[in-house]
Structure formats: structure tokens, C-alpha cells
Design a protein around this ligand. Structure first.
Ligand code: ZN
Ligand code: ZN
Length: 91
């Protein structure tokens, strides 16, 4: 009876999209730490932290529309997922 419980991650589905134009970053996108150390990295793999100098960027520029938005605003819950519980079938 002491079996470790399975990890329940991913209950909250999340997407990453530009708050301005809804662009979804791809694994091929790269952001440069400029004018700091110039390291090129994927800002959503590190949650905005530059692996070169360790700076956490509060703003993230969209590769598509070039607008800057607060990094946290890129993380979004898809529409409708919050209704999943309400729609669950009664037994
Ligand atoms: Zn955008
Ligand atoms: Zn840097």
C-alpha cells in the first residue's frame, strides 16, 4: 500500500503564444541576449533566463510581430479548458 503515487503533471494545460498576435513559438526560434552577453537561446526552454549570463528577461520579444510583452503573459491556458471540470459527467 506504499506505492508512490504517479505524478500528476500536466493537469493544467498550457500553451505559449504571443499576447499580441497569437504567434506560437517553435523549437527553432531563438532569442538573443542583447545588449548583454549575446547568447542565443530559446527563451521558453529557460523561462526567460539567459544561459550565458543568468539574467532573467522580464520581457520577451515576439519573433513574428516584434512586439515585447511580459514573459509571463506568453503562458496561457487554452480557452475552454477551465470548463472541463464543469462539464464532467455526473455519476
Ligand atoms: Zn507577436
Ligand atoms: Zn546573457
Amino acid at each position: 500500500m506504499s506505492t508512490p503515487p504517479a505524478h500528476h503533471t500536466g493537469e493544467k494545460r498550457q500553451i505559449i503564444a504571443c499576447p499580441e498576435c497569437d504567434y506560437r513559438p517553435t523549437p527553432l526560434d531563438r532569442w538573443s541576449c542583447l545588449p548583454r552577453c549575446g547568447t542565443s537561446f530559446h527563451t521558453f526552454w529557460t523561462r526567460g533566463t539567459c544561459p550565458g549570463c543568468g539574467l532573467q528577461w522580464p520581457w520577451t520579444q515576439c519573433p513574428a510581430c516584434q512586439k515585447r510583452s511580459p514573459h509571463e503573459r506568453w503562458y496561457r491556458v487554452p480557452e475552454g479548458s477551465e470548463q472541463d471540470e464543469a462539464l464532467s459527467v455526473q455519476t
